[in-house]
Ligand binder design. Structure first.
Ligand SMILES: [Mn+2]
Length: 427
């Protein structure tokens, strides 16, 4: 890791001249518009996104999987990969574990290794959407909602076990995503399915440490195609409200029907102080799990605009949300893809910081619709890449992470070390 850091600093010195010119120009323009460039650069530098342990290998589709070489074969190698990302972009300082794909067999060693890369453990994720080997009760027809109390008890027990793993690593939240639902009309008693789910979540909630959060994810369809037990933010909010103050909603960008106004959902949940977490990805048709910002960067900006508005509201008690990437890709090098995703999020965040909120409110009060749009689009159209590069450079991250990744031949080195036939656990 020390060698990687030195190589990055060396590459930066080669690119410094061009970078400084671009940064100085942008900083001058922004200062002239009244922005505090130092403050904004610091906010960008502090922004951290959790990397999920399942995103470090090549993703598959239901038709097949084409793994690349040098994939991490165990949790220790996954942590090393997140460490590499963090060294390059200085914004991937946390890892989100999925249990049971990545069970920490030796929590002390896992924690120490993560700390050596300056990584924390973010929310842990349970899995009741697959049966594990030798499982005595099947989740085929649901987990926390199941008609059979023994299956529900098994799913509750699994979630409590995930919390225990998380506690040992220093996590502070559990994310619950359920595949529970029905694929045919008549299959579910909707009222019973929801009330069983609430009851099961309550049992998990009661086992959470005092300083933990439960993040409840929603999704309108898939893998079930007629109904899901938690289809939308309203149902997630209903459950979180009934469970108590440690339960929050989690928004996954891919878990909405086409054209849903996600930024408005963000605003509503923050107003209610119930937005606990965020899963970032992008999509064209459904839960495509494509690289963040690959298709709809303006929507991403509008979402960050609401997030920044909520986060900067001093009267709001909404916690600082847990950010995580939730993407799975089958074509690109997973590490390059993650660098692109984190970059897209930071671009949207930085642009949202350039929205003049006082001016926007003043124009809104006058119903100056044209100028309201101008304010947002001026921020969106600002090329903030030099700000991001400067934030990274100051922390000895790479001015250009993708270019550094290629120049330093990181994938080639991983293949030499791990071989071409490795297969990461996950989907
Ligand atoms: Mn998700």
């Amino acid at each position: 890791m020390k060698a990687l850091k030195e190589s990055i600093v060396k590459l930066n010195s080669e690119e410094a001249g061009k970078h400084h010119k671009q940064f100085e120009q942008l900083a001058e323009n922004l200062e002239a518009e009244g922005f505090n460039v130092e403050e904004i650069t610091k906010k960008i530098a502090d922004f951290q996104v959790a990397i999920p342990s399942w995103a470090l290998g090549t993703g598959g589709t239901r038709f097949g999987r084409f793994p690349g070489g040098g994939e991490p074969g165990n949790l220790y190698e996954k942590i090393a990969d997140v460490g590499t990302l963090h060294a390059l972009n200085k914004s991937s300082g946390a890892i989100s574990l999925h249990i049971p794909w990545d069970i920490p067999d030796d929590t002390k060693a896992v924690k120490e290794l993560a700390a050596s890369y300056d990584l924390l453990f973010d929310a842990v994720n349970s899995n009741t959407f697959q049966d594990q080997a030798r499982q005595n009760h099947s989740y085929k027809f649901g987990s926390l909602c199941h008609t059979n109390p023994a299956v529900r008890a098994k799913a509750v027990e699994h979630n409590i076990e995930v919390i225990k793993y998380g506690e040992a690593l220093g996590s502070k939240a559990i994310t619950v995503w359920l595949a529970d639902g029905s694929s045919f009309p008549g299959q579910h008693n909707f009222r019973k399915a929801l009330s069983h789910t609430l009851d099961s979540l309550g049992k998990i909630y009661d086992e959470m440490p005092e300083d933990w959060k439960m993040l409840i994810e929603y999704k309108p369809f898939e893998p079930n195609f007629y109904s899901t037990v938690i289809p939308d933010w309203g149902t997630s909010h209903l459950l979180a409200s009934k469970l108590g103050e440690k339960a929050y909603c989690l928004v996954d960008l891919g878990h909405h029907l086409p054209n849903t106004n996600i930024e408005q959902i963000v605003a509503t949940l923050m107003l209610e102080e119930k937005l606990g977490g965020f899963h970032f990805n992008d999509s064209k048709f459904a839960d495509d799990d494509l690289t963040v910002g690959a298709l709809k960067p303006y929507q991403l900006f509008l979402i960050f605009n609401e997030l920044v508005e909520g986060m900067e509201d001093e009267n709001s008690k909404n916690p600082y949300p847990a950010w995580m990437i939730d993407a799975s890709h089958n074509l690109k090098d997973p590490l390059e893809d993650l660098l692109q995703s984190v970059e897209a999020m930071k671009l949207a965040y930085a642009r949202a910081l350039l929205v003049d909120r006082n001016e926007l409110e003043a124009r809104r009060a006058e119903n100056d619709v044209t100028y309201c749009q101008e304010i947002l689009q001026n921020a969106f159209r600002t090329d903030v890449r030099p700000l991001l590069a400067e934030a990274r450079r100051r922390k000895e991250g790479a001015i250009d992470p993708i270019s550094a990744y290629r120049k330093l031949q990181i994938r080639e080195k991983l293949i030499a070390e791990r071989g071409t036939n490795t297969l990461a656990t996950g989907l």
